[in-house]
Design a protein around this ligand. Structure first.
Ligand code: HEC
Ligand code: HEC
Ligand code: HEC
Ligand code: HEC
Ligand code: HEC
Length: 497
């Protein structure tokens, strides 16, 4: 592949693009060996520029949480409240991860003026990820982009080691992007790990990953290996380039969260999250005994705890219902209405004493529970400022990482069902933001509760007392169902129906 001479690189660095351009064109008597992309840095920064040649990547990214990160009304509310409560001390801490290009370009210093920030600098954009050339740390977004140190900011880097070079931009293989390289997990992980200004290690997805079996050579798998599924296709629809069929990688990053206000292809995003949740956790077994005791065992398939990251906001819990022969409910736990708080305070008479919930809690310097993460601080009682009961990740092949709980039904039921539920953000957290006047109450109504498909287990008395080992099959076609919504002509839709 042709390489640009260093001299030329420093030329682009000085942004004297017009000058370089004329030398590049052989018709102008320039060096035919020097490649000058057609697109300028300004153009490359805008995801809209990529749309025609990379329609699949564009459409998926556009309906991902990475695109939503600086539009997310909960983010906007929290950042605004955080700035107020800290007298502006948060500065660009939050927005530096939720709209890193806006900070790099100097369009914002605190995320409070997003109305004035150009759309193409909001969220985690194509240009931001595809320009990464170094990562100088393991938390709080220490990613370094090309151009800052003169490495060529018109090059789009990716995991393809023999890319066709389009006229539009330069291309280059990069280990930071290659799912087969451990470096790629650092690229994702260093943004998915937060230490707050008060020193609380609040989001620890990357730290957990590093301790998991997936960071070891034996069980090796990267973040993008799990979160950017590969499928056959073309990486670009560019009639001017001879582009071969390859493995291309999903750009939806479905996790737990979904868009809560107007956003493109919301239905596809929701289905993708349902798929991710259906395959993410296993209800491992339901063990009955004749006394009416039921042991439920759960296990996560994730490369980190579950929930992970914003675990202080997530609520994942088990719904357990026991019926008599006439289908009357004998005992229940974790049955929560859509507008009801999952994990009610200890002094609430309606609190479910048997609730099995997976989440983290935050505490302030006085050891009192808080919701907002700038309030979290170490205390004698909680030296880390946090305390969690999340599903543990696997550290090696021999130590089991499942967790169990026994439910006691007063009389032997005729039937028992269990299912995992997930709510991306606790309504108690949202109420806190609504009460302080920072969040519109309609956002509370938009918060979904997912019944995690594929985690339903049922036991019937007539089947005897052997443990139930396999959950009911999930009825989704993953990923075809959501890809069909995004790309109706892409061959993903089920033609039978
Ligand atoms: C005029 C068409 C065109 C435009 C516009 C375009 N690209 Fe590309 N891009 C291509 C072609 C062609 C390839 C090579 C694909 C291949 O080899 O399979 C490519 C490859 C890539 C790669 C893979 C590099 C590698 O080595 O893995 C990335 C990343 C990329 N483009 C990002 C972008 C981004 C981001 C934008 C928008 C700012 C963009 N492209 C705009 C045509 C285009
Ligand atoms: C610049 C920082 C940054 C980088 C780099 C980054 N992310 Fe993210 N990611 C975010 C932010 C911020 C969000 C949440 C946006 C929101 O919910 O408002 C997010 C959301 C996600 C989600 C969805 C989480 C959920 O609960 O729904 C997944 C999955 C994810 N990222 C995976 C990745 C992977 C894999 C990579 C590497 C290829 C990566 N991220 C790189 C900042 C980053
Ligand atoms: C959070 C970071 C991130 C963002 C944002 C992002 N990408 Fe990517 N992209 C990646 C990674 C990582 C890979 C490489 C996956 C691999 O090879 O394992 C990739 C691969 C690609 C490729 C090569 C083909 C493939 O599928 O492997 C193209 C083309 C591409 N991205 C285009 C885009 C475009 C266009 C956008 C915006 C609309 C975008 N990307 C946004 C991280 C990102
Ligand atoms: C072995 C596969 C695997 C690996 C490796 C992996 N993940 Fe995950 N991840 C999952 C599964 C499964 C889930 C749970 C499904 C869900 O929450 O929808 C998940 C959930 C997430 C979420 C949503 C977390 C939440 O509960 O709010 C984020 C963010 C995320 N992963 C980021 C990452 C990052 C960053 C890395 C690398 C440091 C990584 N993952 C490595 C499989 C993996
Ligand atoms: C180091 C990068 C980083 C910083 C700094 C950061 N975030 Fe995030 N944020 C993320 C990532 C990554 C996610 C996705 C987490 C997940 O799903 O596990 C996220 C998710 C969120 C979400 C949506 C998910 C949820 O339920 O919490 C909100 C709201 C949010 N962040 C607010 C903030 C605020 C407010 C600040 C500043 C006080 C902040 N963030 C600072 C990376 C960051």
């Amino acid at each position: 592949m042709k390489r640009r001479p260093d001299l030329f690189r420093s030329c682009t660095l000085l942004l004297a693009l017009w000058a370089c351009d004329s030398t590049d064109d052989p018709a102008n008597g320039g060096d035919a060996d020097v490649f000058m992309p057609e697109l300028t840095r300004e153009e490359l920064k805008d995801p809209e520029t990529c749309k025609d040649c990379h329609p699949r990547h564009y459409r998926e990214w556009r309906s991902s949480m990475h695109a939503y990160a600086a539009q997310d009304p909960v983010f906007l509310a929290m950042n605004r409240r955080g700035q107020e409560e800290t007298g502006g001390e948060l500065g660009d801490f939050c927005i530096g991860c939720h709209a890193p290009m806006a900070v790099l370009e100097g369009s914002t210093t605190d995320g409070l003026n997003l109305d004035e920030v150009p759309d193409h600098e909001k969220g985690i954009t194509c240009y931001f990820c595809h320009n990464v050339v170094d990562v100088e740390g393991d938390h709080n977004n220490p990613l370094v982009l090309a151009g800052e140190d003169g490495l060529g900011d018109l090059t789009m880097r990716g995991g393809i080691d023999d890319p066709v070079r389009p006229a539009a931009h330069d291309v280059g293989y990069s280990e930071w992007h290659d799912r087969n390289s451990p470096k790629s997990s650092l690229m994702c992980g260093a943004c998915h790990d937060i230490v707050t200004p008060a020193g609380v290690h609040l989001e620890r997805t990357f730290e957990e990953y590093k301790e998991s079996i997936f960071a070891d050579p034996v069980g090796f798998e990267t973040c993008s290996g799990c979160h950017m599924a590969g499928r056959r296709g073309v990486a670009a629809d560019d009639p001017d380039s001879m582009v071969p069929s390859r493995t291309i990688h999903e750009h939806l990053w479905a996790g737990v969260d979904v868009a809560l206000d107007e956003f493109p292809d919301k239905e596809a995003q929701r289905l993708a999250v349902e798929c991710e949740l259906a395959n993410g956790t296993r209800t491992f077994s339901l063990e009955p005994n004749p006394l009416g005791e039921f042991v439920v065992t759960l296990e996560t398939n994730a490369g980190h705890a579950q929930p992970s990251g914003a675990a202080q906001d997530r609520r994942m819990w088990l719904e357990f219902i026991a019926y008599d022969a006439d289908d009357n409910i004998l005992f229940q736990s974790g049955v929560v209405a859509d507008d009801e708080i999952v994990d009610k305070p200890v002094d609430d008479p309606e609190r479910d004493p048997n609730l099995w919930v997976f989440r983290e809690r935050l505490f302030n310097a006085d050891g009192e529970e808080v919701h907002m993460f700038w309030e979290a601080a170490p205390s004698d009682m909680y030296p880390n400022g946090t305390q969690g009961s999340v599903l543990p990740f696997t550290t090696d092949f021999t130590t089991p990482h499942s967790v169990s709980r026994t439910y006691i039904v007063p009389v032997l039921p005729a039937r028992v069902t269990v299912q995992l539920k997930m709510r991306p953000m606790g309504l108690d957290v949202l109420d806190d933001l609504i009460d302080s006047g920072h969040l519109d109450p309609v956002i509370r109504d938009a918060m979904p509760t997912f019944s995690m498909r594929g985690t339903v287990m049922e036991w019937r008395q007539e089947d005897g007392f052997d443990p139930v080992m396999s959950p009911e099959r999930n009825d989704l076609r993953c990923p075809d169902d959501y890809l069909c919504l995004l790309d109706p002509d892409g061959g993903y839709c089920d033609d039978e129906e």
